[in-house]
Design a protein around this ligand. Structure first.
Ligand code: F6R
Ligand code: MG
Ligand code: MG
Length: 372
């Protein structure tokens, strides 16, 4: 089996939270080249979306492998030291733990890993997002693998007719459930329509008996118990030959649907599909961005990337995202631009609320304001 791992972290922003500094990307590239030379990886590439540095790696160690995770952890410590030297913002932001123990679970960096047996041709898309949370993948995954109005193959391709298994995590209760779709579509939508809590973690093809998609699912705030920036999730989707075609996998992003994130991780805003050269959110720390990097994985090597949203057919989505952003911004601090209170629990607003706790009085017992 081969494993494709995307491991990512925000180890410092240039400027503010808008981008990764070129020196950090350069260092990460050198480390990955070394790891290929020593045989740890069969191939590796560096990419970034906003202030998040992503390592896209192919290897034979399987998911959650200590060798690969500890390599990424050390690399991120190195890029943190570069960020500190340059005085970049939030240096080491996502490295929540002091010591590495076994794998990156609960340590801050996000990761999506997909184990597969390489087909004669293996097209895969690595999605990287900034200024949003892992539930942001729920809507497009539903559309790719369950919605015949998006994916013609669900109707036309014999291998897709039996459908797909969706593994969904409850991030609050740390539980999982598998939905057999299409028969359990409606049951699944009850949950994944609430993406702050329920997140699609993996999708499995019933016909191919193979994993078709994998996402990063950690919520930094749930790990740290406080606001430490948004999770900025990643996702891997395999394409073609019984799986959604490349164009079907990209199609959901032609609609810039609303996600949670943006400024202070506290606002709803549209997700804008962009090419790599536009993946640097500046206005109101947004709008949240997504890039799609296409690869052919051949004999363990990454042939690519193709920058798949650098295509005029996504211009309308970008334009609509800007119009939607203007509309939402005019709500200022009011919902639904600002997230509902339960989703702000881990932000700095909670401390401010605590300061006012004693000032609240029962409505019927309180004297009129003038008599106070
Ligand atoms: C988004 C994000 C930013 C910051 C904001 C304030 O994920 O991290 O929107 O929340 O720029 O940052 P501080 O409080 O560090 O000045
Ligand atoms: Mg940041
Ligand atoms: Mg980020």
């Amino acid at each position: 089996m081969t494993t494709l791992s995307i491991i990512k972290a925000d180890t410092g922003g240039f400027v503010g939270h808008s981008a990764v500094h070129p020196d950090m990307e350069h260092a990460a590239r050198e480390w990955l080249a070394d790891a290929v030379n020593t045989g740890l990886l069969s191939d590796g590439q560096v990419a970034s979306c906003g202030d998040d540095l992503a390592l896209i790696m192919v290897h034979g160690h399987g998911a959650d492998a200590e060798a690969v995770h500890s390599f990424a952890w050390e690399l991120f410590q190195h890029t943190t030291s570069i960020a500190q030297r340059l005085g970049l913002y939030g240096a080491g932001q996502d490295l929540l733990s002091d010591a590495f123990s076994g794998n990156l679970r609960g340590m801050g960096p996000g990761y999506a890993e997909l184990e597969f047996t390489e087909r004669p041709s293996e097209p895969m898309i690595c999605f990287l997002a900034d200024k949003t949370e892992p539930g942001a993948w729920n809507l497009p995954l539903y559309r790719m693998f369950a919605d015949p109005f998006n994916t013609a193959g669900l109707v036309i391709d014999k291998n897709m007719h039996p459908g797909f298994l969706f593994e969904v995590y409850d991030l609050h209760e740390e539980k999982r459930i598998v939905f057999d779709c299409p028969s359990e579509l409606y049951d699944m939508l009850m949950y994944i329509g609430a993406p702050a809590r329920y997140v699609v973690h993996r999708i499995h093809s019933k016909t191919l008996a193979a994993t078709a998609a994998a996402t990063s699912t950690q919520r930094l705030s749930l790990i740290a118990g406080k606001y430490v920036g948004k999770d900025d999730p990643v996702m891997i989707v395999r394409c073609q030959s019984g799986l959604p075609a490349v164009g079907e996998v990209l199609e959901p992003f032609a609609f810039p649907y609303t996600v949670a994130g943006c400024m202070r991780g506290s606002h709803h805003a549209p997700l804008m599909p962009v090419g790599l050269d536009q993946a640097h959110p500046t206005r109101f720390d947004g709008p949240p961005r997504v890039v799609a990097l296409g690869f052919q994985v051949t004999d363990g090597k990454l042939v690519g990337p193709r920058d798949l949203f650098a295509d005029p057919s996504f211009d309308r989505a970008r334009q609509q995202a800007n119009v939607t952003m203007d509309y939402l911004r005019r709500h200022g601090p009011f919902e639904p631009h600002r997230l509902p209170l339960e989703d702000l629990e881990y932000t700095t607003m909670r401390q401010l609320e605590d300061d006012l706790t004693d000032r609240w009085q029962p409505i019927h017992e309180a004297p009129a304001p003038a008599e106070r």
